[in-house]
Design a protein. Structure first.
Length: 163
């Protein structure tokens, strides 16, 4: 892999959807690797897929601004929202009636800092890094000390609104 590329592999999981969930991240730069995961008491799969990307981007620093970043994900929800530019239309409408607006806003704050390309990988197909992230996400979701997904749980208090 080139010294000009940072590879990020992500996956999200929700046991029940909604239910306990988690995300897994594997960052690679040259020979260096870093793993990250966290679990939440009540969330959805799409939120965890997006959270994985957000947390990976938050791990980067100014050094990464000069690099090409490739994010590998099995989430068509995340990839299509960006690659097909849906999320930019959602911004123009202030995310009216869109789920996960809280996370999409955070994502966009990170997204515009870097030169990012997305690459879809088929989940559960033996892709080594995706399998690592899947295991991280599931293990995080099964953890005893789960975090609260405040964005999701606060949406439950507003039955007529999606966010």
């Amino acid at each position: 892999m080139s010294n000009h590329i940072i590879e990020i592999f992500t996956d999200g999981s929700s046991l029940g959807n909604p239910g306990p969930g988690g995300y897994g991240v594997l960052l690679k730069y040259g020979e260096k690797q870093k793993k990250l995961s966290a679990g939440y008491k009540l969330t959805t799969n799409n939120r965890m897929e997006l959270m994985a990307v957000i947390q990976a981007l938050k791990m980067l620093n100014d050094f990464a601004k000069e690099k090409e970043i490739i994010i590998y994900s099995d989430s068509k929800y995340v990839i299509h929202a960006v690659e097909k530019k849906w999320v930019f239309g959602w911004v123009k409408k202030n995310f009216k009636d869109k789920a996960n607006a809280d996370l999409w806003r955070i994502f966009l704050n990170e997204y515009f800092k870097y030169n990012i390309k997305f690459h879809w990988v088929k989940g559960h197909s033996g892709h080594t890094e995706n399998e690592i992230c899947d295991k991280l996400a599931k293990k995080a979701a099964e953890n005893k000390n789960l975090k609260i997904d405040h964005g999701y749980e606060s949406s439950l208090d507003k039955p007529n609104q999606l966010f």
